[in-house]
Design a protein around this ligand. Sequence first.
Ligand SMILES: Nc1ncnc2c1ncn2[C@@H]1O[C@H](COP(=O)(O)OP(=O)(O)O)[C@@H](O)[C@H]1O
Ligand SMILES: [Mg+2]
Length: 310
Amino acid sequence: MIEVSGLFKRYGPVEAVRGIDLSVHAGECFGLIGPNGAGKTTTLKSMATLVKPDRGRVTVDSLDAALESRKVRKVVGYMPDIFQSYGDLKVIHYLDYYAALVGLERAARVRQVEEVLELVDLQPKRDALVGGLSRGVKQRLCLAKTLLHDPKVLLLDEPASGLDPRARIEIRLLLKVLRAEMGKTIVISSHILEDLEEICDRVAVIEAGQCVAIGRVADLKDQARRQVRYVLEPYAPPAEVATQLGAEVALVESVEVDGRFVHITPSAGTDDEQALLRRILDLGIRMRSFSEEAPDLHEVFLELTSGQVS
Ligand SMILES: Nc1ncnc2c1ncn2[C@@H]1O[C@H](COP(=O)(O)OP(=O)(O)O)[C@@H](O)[C@H]1O
Ligand SMILES: [Mg+2]
């Protein structure tokens, strides 16, 4: 549905995007993850025909975004990262206004506005003033606006940013519905991996204008997984247990105390969970729990991006 190849974009001296290649399949939910300034917005805008690449090519539904921008705009709905509107407009008038802008005639407009209002569950707010809405409701309204011309592709720039946990979940559910029931292809950006992990089939990790990794979140986690670690929750004081285990140089590379827990890094080449566990039991260490440590999403992210921006 979307092909980005060799995308390059500079703003004056800033190379915002430096050679990004990626493709998004029809019906897929695809995430762009990366720190601020990485080039996510520029990449999304190039898909939305709002940024003209210096080099490279973007096609959407087999249409060239630079050469056939009018046609591409019918296919995509772009939701920017900032919400702008006249505050003293009612929700219903706001949507009607944009429905007119996308060229809907009166009858179709009323129908379509009702449809999107229902979709994002905003009927109760139809007569509320836009300026007084909470950020979460504004984001849903903005999404509704994006849906007015029934685009196949949704390009959503940080739709969950600045939302409270509940509003975040609502947006996530909404995107699931749009994808599963309406067959939309979705590209969504965020600098928070948790926002994307649950809804995206695949993500591209963008850093300093380049794509440093691309794939399923689970595969990226495996890829980024460093040496296996174990975490032990002893009954005895963790510091004592750490000292005890630290002496087991044949099996244990290092130990680290963190609150009630002792983190164990096994010696290189001797990652034998059974042997380690047996030794712990032989030492008479009693424990509430013992498990392999799953890599933390933030660690994965930090592993994949060295933290520098362009
Ligand atoms: N219109 C612009 N003029 C100048 N610099 C820009 C403009 N838009 C973006 N940039 C710069 O390009 C880089 C990438 O920005 P952006 O694509 O917005 O990244 P992200 O969305 O990942 O935060 C940043 O360094 C940003 O400051
Ligand atoms: Mg951005």
